[in-house]
Unconditional design. Structure first.
Lengths: 126, 760, 84
C-alpha cells in the first residue's frame, strides 16, 4: 500500500485519475493537489511514495516540478502526465528519470506505470 | 449525469470563461506571454476534458484552436481581431455544446458538421494551411534516406523471408522496419516492450534477442531490460511512429520499399488459424484425461480461459462465448464433458469457416462502475428546503401569536415567562435556519458579470468604439433567482450605455475625453438591499432631448412635460415606447427600451433609478432585495376582510380629508404633490359592503408600479409581515388580481393583491 | 498467484504474468536448476518474464497460452520440451 500524490490543476483530470486508481490500486491512498507549490508542500510534509504530475499547469509546469522533487527524492517513482505527446517533453521526463503517461489516461497505461513504480519501491523504499 | 460529467460541465464553463477573459485582455492590452499561455492552457485542458467525456466533435475544434494558439504562442502567428473573433466563436460553439451536453448528455446531431466548419475556419489562420505543421508530424523520429537501407533492415528481411512472405496477403508492398531497444530501466517506468509490439499493425515478422549475451542465471537482474526487438510491419511509417510515440529515443523506424521485400506466396485463411487450432486441441487433450478429481476445477477453468482467448484472437467472439459458457457449466457440474464437447464443436466450426470480422458486442460490464461519491443536490431539492424553511417562519409567526394569547390569559406568570423564553429561542433558531437555507441558493455576482467582458468587446468592435469594462463587487452574493433574472436587464443597460451613452472616439477627442471610454458595473450590499450600478462616462442624457422626444411620442401632455424637473424628465426614458437613440441601431434597436428594464427589475421587487450629467456620463442604479423567497406585505382591511399588499409597491399611506377627493365621472381622485392620483375602493373592487363614513378622512395606500400610480382606499392597516407567497392554487388558481396567498399567524389564509393588475 | 511450483521440477505460469512475477520466476529457476516452465495456461506474458525465460536458456513446455507469444516468439526460442 502506497501513498500517491496527484498534481493537476483540472479537478476533472484528478477525478479521472482517482477513479482509475479505484479500479487498479484501490488500496493505495491518494493525495490531490492542484499546483506545484501545494505539491511540494505535500511532498515535504507527507510520506508520499509516488507522484503523478500534469505537465500543463499554470506557474511552475510539471517538468519543473519533477526537477524540484528530484532534488530531495532522487528515486521516487514519478510520472509526467500530459496530452502533449512531444519528444521534447518525453525526453526531458526521461532525463529526470520520470515516466510519461499520455492523456487521455487509460487504465492500461496507468496500471503499467504503477506496477513499475511498485517494483522500484520494493527495490529502494523511499 | 455522473459526477465526472458534472465536473466536466462545471470545469468546461470555468475554462471557457478563463479563455474568453484572457483572449479579450490579449486583444485589448496587446501580446503577453502569460496571457497567451493561459489561453492556450485553457483550450488544451478543454480539449483533454472533451476527450474524457468522449465528445470527439468538441475535441476536434479545440484541437484546431489549440494549433492556432500554439503558433501565436511561438510568435509564428499574430493574434489579430479576426483570429480573436474566430477563437471566441469557437468558445461560443463549445459553450453551446456544453449546455447541450448538460441538458441531453450528448451533442446535437449536426455537431460533427459544425465542428469541421469551425475547425476549418480556425485552421485558415495557420501559416501555410494544409501543411503538416501539426505537432505530431514535427515530432516524428527522423527518417533516414531511402534507397540505402540500414544493414540491420536487410538482415532482418533476409532472415525472416519465409515468415514475411507467408504473412503478405497480396504480393509485395511497402513495409516498415522497426528496431526497438528499450532502456535498461524501462520496466520501472511501466514499459512492456512486448505489449507494445503486440499492437504493431500488420506484423509480418518479429525478432527478439538479448542486446548483451545473458550471464549465468544467478547473476541475472530480472528488471534490467537487455532485449532488442525488431519487426517488419505492413503498417505505414506514421502508424508505427504514433504507436511508439512514447519511446521516440529508443526506436528506429525505416520505410521499406516494396522491391526490398521478398515476393509473396499465396496462402489461404488467417495466419493464426493453425495456431489457434493447436491451442484448442491442446485444451481438448487436457479435458480428455480421466480421473482428475483433485484439480479438475482448476483445469476446466484454465482450459476454458485459454481456448476462449484463442478464439477471440481468431476473431470468433461467438465461439469464444460458447466455450466460456460451457466452461461455467462444466465447473458447475464438476464434469469436463460440456466443455470438451463445446471445444470440439468450436474446433470444427473454426476450421471449416473463414474467420469473420465479428468484433462488436464487447461486454459493457467493465465500464459500468459504481458512480463516484459526490454529494450533488438538485435545484428542486434546494427549492423544497427553501419552501420548508419558509413555512417554518410562518409557523413561528403562528407560535408568536399563540404565545401572545397565552400571555394575556396567564397574565405574566412563571409559565408565561418560560413559554416566552422558549419562543425566543425558537425565533432565533428559525431565523438562523432560514438564513442558512437561503445561503444555499446564494451565488456570487461574478457569475453574472462573467459574460460582460465578451459582450462589451464584441459591441465595441461592432460600433467602432473603444471601451474598457471595469467590474467590482464580484464576490457580493445574491439569491440565484435574482442573479438569473438580472441578466437580461443588465445586458440591456450595458448595451444602451455602449450604443447611446458612449461617443465615437472622434467625438470623445473633441470633447477632451480619453478615446477609450469606461463602463463600470458594480455590485454591493446596502443593509438588506443589493445595489447594482451601471455607469458610463459618455455623453449623458440631455433633459431637453428627452423632453422633445417625449412630446414627439406623446408620452405626457405638453403642460405636464413642462412642469417636470430635469431629473423627472430624464426618468421618462423608462416610459414605455421611449427611445433616445436618434437612429434605430442594430445594437439596442431590438424592440425593447428601458421600460423593459424597469419592469424586469420591479418584477423581482427592485427599483431602478437613473442619474445623468450631460457630457459626463450616466449611472443606472438598481436596488434589489437580497432574495425573493420572502415578501414584505402590508395587511389591510376593507369591507370586513383582510388583504395583503406587497410593500414594494406601496410608496406611502395617507389620510385624506373628504373635501380633497374630487369625483370626475364616477372616478374618485386626489392630488398628491401636484400629481393626480386616482382612488380605487378596495371594498368595491372586491365586491364587499362599503362602509359609509362620508365625513371621516379616508385612508389611502398609494401604490406605484410599472410607472403607474393609484391609491387604494382601505378601512385599516393591520400589520406589516414578512411572508412566503404561495401561488394561487386549487379553486383560486385562475383568479385574477392576486399575486398569491399566505398563511397568517392565526391560521387565516390571506389573499395578497397583485398591484399591477389593480392599477388603472 | 500467477507463478507457482507444479509437480516436482515444473514451474507453472498461470493467467496474466505481470512484471513483478519476473523476480518470482527467477528465484524459482535459481532454486531448481533445470526446472521446466509450463506456460500453456499463461494468458499474457510480460516482457520481463519472457526475458527471464530467455535467460534461463531452456524452452518452456507446450504451446504458450498467450497466443501472440506462441505465434511470434516461441519459434525464436530454443526448442526443447513438448506438450504433455
Amino acid at each position: 500500500m502506497h501513498k500517491v500524490l496527484i498534481v493537476d490543476d483540472s479537478k476533472l483530470a484528478r477525478m479521472v485519475m482517482a477513479s482509475a486508481f479505484r479500479r487498479i490500486r484501490p488500496d493505495w491512498t491518494l493525495v490531490e493537489t492542484s499546483n506545484a507549490d501545494e505539491a511540494l508542500t505535500a511532498i515535504s510534509g507527507d510520506a508520499v511514495d509516488v507522484a503523478l504530475i500534469d505537465f500543463n499547469m499554470p506557474g511552475i509546469d510539471g517538468l519543473e516540478l519533477v526537477a524540484n522533487i528530484r532534488k530531495t527524492h532522487p528515486n521516487m517513482p514519478v510520472a509526467v502526465v500530459s496530452a502533449n505527446v512531444q519528444n521534447e517533453i518525453i525526453g526531458r521526463a526521461r532525463e529526470l528519470n520520470a515516466g510519461f503517461i499520455p492523456k487521455p489516461l487509460t487504465d492500461e497505461s496507468l496500471a503499467a506505470f504503477l506496477s513499475g513504480a511498485a517494483l522500484r519501491l520494493k527495490k529502494s523504499p523511499t | 449525469m455522473s459526477a465526472l460529467e458534472d465536473q466536466f460541465v462545471a470545469e468546461a464553463r470555468e475554462l471557457i470563461r478563463q479563455a474568453t477573459d484572457n483572449l479579450i485582455a490579449l486583444e485589448r492590452d496587446g501580446m503577453s506571454s502569460d496571457r497567451i499561455d493561459s489561453v492556450f492552457r485553457a483550450f488544451h485542458t478543454l480539449k483533454g476534458s472533451a476527450g474524457v467525456v468522449e465528445l470527439p466533435a468538441m475535441s476536434l475544434v479545440l484541437h484546431a484552436a489549440e494549433d492556432v494558439l500554439d503558433n501565436v504562442r511561438h510568435g509564428t502567428l499574430v493574434a489579430g481581431a479576426e483570429m480573436v473573433d474566430a477563437a471566441l466563436a469557437c468558445l461560443d460553439q463549445v459553450s453551446r455544446w456544453v449546455d447541450n451536453f448538460e441538458a441531453a448528455g450528448a451533442l446535437p446531431s449536426q455537431a460533427g458538421e459544425d465542428s469541421r466548419a469551425m475547425a476549418q475556419r480556425l485552421r485558415a489562420f495557420l501559416p501555410r494551411s494544409g501543411d503538416q505543421i501539426v505537432s505530431s508530424a514535427s515530432d516524428l523520429p527522423k527518417e533516414k534516406g531511402q534507397g540505402s537501407l540500414p544493414e540491420w533492415v536487410s538482415r532482418l528481411i533476409a532472415a525472416e523471408r519465409d515468415t514475411i512472405t507467408s504473412q503478405m496477403p497480396k504480393g509485395p508492398m511497402a513495409a516498415t522496419a522497426i528496431s526497438y531497444e528499450p532502456f535498461a530501466g524501462c520496466f520501472y517506468n511501466g514499459d512492456d516492450p512486448v505489449q507494445l509490439m503486440r499492437q504493431v499493425p500488420g506484423l509480418l515478422a518479429l525478432q527478439i534477442e538479448p542486446r548483451e549475451p545473458f550471464g549465468p542465471l544467478a547473476d541475472i537482474d530480472p528488471y534490467a531490460c537487455n532485449l532488442r526487438l525488431r519487426a517488419v510491419s505492413s503498417g505505414s511509417r506514421d502508424e508505427i511512429a504514433a504507436l511508439f510515440r512514447l519511446v521516440p529515443d529508443q526506436i528506429e523506424i525505416i520505410s521499406v520499399p516494396p522491391e526490398a521485400l521478398p515476393a509473396a506466396k499465396m496462402h489461404l485463411g488467417s495466419g493464426d488459424q493453425p495456431l489457434i487450432c493447436k491451442v484448442i486441441e491442446a485444451q481438448c487433450e487436457l479435458m480428455r484425461i480421466p480421473d482428475r478429481a483433485d484439480d479438475l476445477a482448476g483445469c476446466i477453468g484454465a482450459a476454458a480461459r485459454v481456448a476462449e482467448n484463442a478464439l477471440r484472437h481468431g476473431q470468433r467472439p461467438d465461439l469464444a462465448d460458447t466455450v466460456k459458457h460451457a466452461g461455467a457449466l462444466a465447473l458447475g457440474q464438476r464434469d469436463a464433458g460440456p466443455l470438451l464437447s463445446a471445444l470440439e464443436k468450436a474446433l470444427a466450426a473454426f476450421t471449416s469457416t473463414p474467420s469473420t470480422m465479428a468484433v462488436n458486442g464487447e461486454s459493457q460490464a467493465a465500464s459500468e462502475r459504481p458512480a463516484d461519491r459526490v454529494l450533488r443536490v438538485s435545484e428542486a431539492k434546494i427549492e423544497a428546503l427553501v419552501n420548508l424553511a419558509g413555512e417554518l417562519v410562518v409557523a413561528r409567526n403562528a407560535l408568536s401569536y399563540s404565545v401572545g394569547q397565552v400571555e394575556r390569559k396567564l397574565d405574566s406568570g412563571e409559565v408565561a415567562r418560560s413559554i416566552q423564553r422558549d419562543r425566543d429561542a425558537i425565533d432565533r433558531l428559525v431565523t438562523e435556519l432560514h438564513g442558512a437555507v437561503l445561503q444555499l441558493r446564494m451565488v456570487p455576482f461574478s457569475q453574472l458579470f462573467g459574460s460582460f467582458p465578451r459582450l462589451v468587446r464584441d459591441l465595441a468592435r461592432q460600433l467602432d468604439k473603444k471601451v474598457a469594462l471595469v467590474t467590482s463587487g464580484e464576490t457580493t452574493e445574491a439569491d440565484k433567482t435574482i442573479i438569473d433574472r438580472l441578466f437580461e436587464p443588465m445586458v440591456h443597460l450595458v448595451r444602451n450605455a455602449l450604443d447611446h451613452g458612449i461617443e465615437d472616439p472622434g467625438q470623445r477627442r473633441a470633447a477632451g475625453k480619453p478615446e477609450a471610454a469606461k463602463i463600470s458595473i458594480a455590485a454591493s450590499r446596502s443593509g438588506d438591499r443589493l445595489l447594482v450600478e451601471v455607469t458610463d462616462d459618455g455623453r449623458g442624457i440631455d433633459p431637453s432631448v428627452v423632453r422633445r422626444k417625449a412630446s414627439e411620442r406623446q408620452i405626457l401632455p405638453p403642460d405636464e412635460l413642462a412642469a417636470l424637473s430635469d431629473e423627472a424628465a430624464v426618468d421618462l426614458v423608462f416610459s414605455a415606447g421611449f427611445s433616445t437613440a436618434s437612429t434605430v441601431s442594430d445594437i439596442s434597436g431590438r424592440g425593447f427600451g428601458m421600460d423593459v428594464v424597469r419592469t424586469a427589475i420591479e418584477q423581482i421587487g427592485g427599483r431602478v433609478s437613473l442619474h445623468s450629467n450631460v457630457g459626463v456620463g450616466t449611472t443606472v442604479r438598481l436596488e434589489l432585495p437580497m432574495t425573493i423567497a420572502m415578501s414584505r406585505i402590508m395587511v389591510v382591511e376593507a369591507g370586513g376582510q383582510s388583504f395583503g399588499i406587497a410593500m414594494e409597491a406601496v410608496s406611502e399611506t395617507v389620510r385624506v380629508a373628504p373635501d380633497r377627493v374630487s369625483t370626475i365621472k364616477n372616478n374618485a381622485a386626489f392630488v398628491l404633490r401636484d400629481r393626480v392620483v386616482p382612488i380605487i375602493s378596495l371594498a368595491e373592487l372586491m365586491k364587499l359592503p362599503r362602509r359609509k363614513r362620508d365625513a371621516e378622512p379616508r385612508l389611502l395606500v398609494v401604490m406605484e408600479a410599472a410607472g403607474r400610480i393609484a391609491a387604494l382606499e382601505i378601512d385599516a392597516v393591520r400589520d406589516r409581515l414578512d411572508v412566503v407567497l404561495k401561488p394561487m392554487q386549487g379553486l383560486l388558481a385562475g383568479a385574477r388580481g392576486y399575486a398569491g396567498t399566505t398563511l397568517l399567524g392565526n391560521g387565516q389564509v390571506l389573499l395578497v393583491l397583485d398591484v399591477k393588475e389593480i392599477l388603472p | 498467484m500467477t507463478i507457482r511450483r507444479g509437480d516436482e521440477d515444473i514451474v507453472v505460469l498461470d493467467g496474466v504474468c505481470a512484471v513483478e512475477d519476473a523476480e518470482t520466476l527467477l528465484q524459482m529457476l535459481q532454486a531448481t536448476p533445470g526446472a521446466l516452465v509450463d506456460w500453456t495456461q499463461c494468458r499474457q506474458l510480460h516482457t520481463a518474464v519472457l526475458q527471464v525465460i530467455m535467460a534461463s536458456g531452456s524452452a518452456p513446455v507446450g504451446p504458450c497460452g498467450d497466443v501472440w507469444v506462441q505465434q511470434w516468439l516461441t519459434p525464436k526460442l530454443p526448442q526443447k520440451g513438448t506438450a504433455g
